[in-house]
Design a binder for this molecule. Structure first.
Ligand SMILES: *Cc1c(COP(=O)(O)O)cnc(C)c1O
Length: 372
């Protein structure tokens, strides 16, 4: 049996195909290709979905982070705290603006930033903290916000993997000053290419996001400040607006799949994801831990591949030991929990349309792969 890690064709099949093609046709017929009504409608619906006043569509999740840092005036001499166990963009955007990423370790259960490490990481130069809601589950935002408020620094949620996730009922992107979303095709809400968005309740920040996503131009051909070209494509907004209506159903299917894995993997020694009390995960990834004492993760992954089961390692290396950050002076051993996670994590197929018999087969193959 072949089990794909992700099958986007399964989502596109059926009535979805017709609805999306009609939406694309709508944009093609009007030729309103830049911003326009399709983008405005999507931004409105997205803001409502995330429980915020403003959603600003941009070119990618990476640019959502970059633009968020830009509207906070992050630049040379500033420090921005983020976890070392995350996708590269979280820290890369900080460096691109001439600021310094300051890494902290993660919690062993959720793989999210450990708020108890923030106190020691904050300095007079700290401008922002970027908690990442990894794999679909929110970080401990109230603790992050408390420390940020005490030191007068802003919080940017990296919610690229967590659209629709909730913490004590509050949606991702509604708890920080700014919240960043990615619509990369593997995310729970995926575009037909690259796209992203920034959410905020702050009117002034929203206005500046809109200004800087179009080169700081206002009015036409007058440049108030130097921005960039970060507009979401209207075609992507049209596709995303259709898919947004199905998102909660997809989250529910992912949750059902996660629960089934939890049950099937019980007693195998494989550590299933920890969902913290108060958290509603949207399970962008179902990431288990293969403890080194149980089996070699890479060998297990190979055995799954031999059995036709797709899996992936998010992430094989932490950020603090990446060559591009060598000048920051971190060393292996600085963040032991993240380093250990890199050697033990394995993402299994969890996409909403995954047939149950395939999920059962994947779990069974994993059980065999780790059996003594
Ligand atoms: C996907 C992702 C991003 C970047 O999004 P892109 O749209 O691919 O640029 C940023 N942070 C995290 C945690 C991500 O998973």
């Amino acid at each position: 049996m072949q089990v794909k890690l992700l099958d986007l064709q399964a989502q596109y099949a059926g009535t979805m195909r017709d609805e999306i093609r009609a939406a694309i046709d709508g944009v093609c017929d009007t030729q309103a290709l830049i911003l326009g009504p399709a983008t405005a409608a999507f931004e409105r619906n997205l803001a409502a979905y995330c429980g915020v006043k403003h959603a600003v569509g941009v070119t990618s999740g990476t640019d959502a982070l970059l633009l968020s840092l830009m509207v906070l005036d992050v630049g040379p001499g500033d420090e921005v705290i983020c976890p070392t166990f995350t996708f590269f963009a979280t820290a890369g955007c900080v460096s691109r603006l001439g600021a310094k990423p300051v890494f902290v370790d993660v919690e062993p259960g959720t793989f999210n930033l450990d708020p108890t490490q923030l106190g020691a990481a904050v300095t007079a130069r700290t401008k922002a903290i970027i908690p990442v809601h990894l794999f679909g589950q929110m970080a401990r935002m109230e603790e992050v916000n408390e420390i940020a408020a005490a030191h007068g620094v802003a919080v940017i949620e990296d919610a690229a993997q967590a659209i629709g996730a909730k913490r004590f009922g509050r949606p991702a992107c509604s708890m920080g000053r700014l919240g960043c979303l990615s619509f990369y095709p593997t995310k729970n809400l995926g575009a037909f290419g690259d796209a992203g968005a920034v959410c905020t309740d702050d009117d002034a920040l929203a206005d500046r996001l809109r200004l800087l996503r179009e080169h700081g131009m206002r009015p036409r051909y007058h440049y108030r400040e130097v921005g960039g070209m970060f507009r979401i494509a209207a075609l992507q907004a049209a596709v995303l607006d259709v898919k947004l209506r199905y998102l909660d159903g997809w989250h529910a299917a992912r949750r059902r799949n996660a629960a089934l894995y939890d049950e099937l993997l019980a007693g195998t020694g494989v550590v299933v994801p920890t969902i913290e009390p108060g958290n509603e995960s949207v399970h962008n990834q179902y990431v288990v831990r293969i403890p080194a004492a149980l089996a070699d993760r890479d060998a297990v992954r190979q055995r799954l591949a031999d059995a036709g089961v797709g899996s992936e390692v998010y992430y094989p290396f932490p950020l603090h030991t990446q060559p591009c950050f060598a000048d920051l002076g971190y060393r292996t051993g600085d963040f032991p929990r993240a380093e250990r996670a890199c050697g033990e994590v394995l993402a299994l197929p969890i996409y909403p349309e995954l047939p149950q018999e395939q999920l059962r087969y994947a779990a069974d193959q994993l059980r065999r792969a780790v059996a003594p």
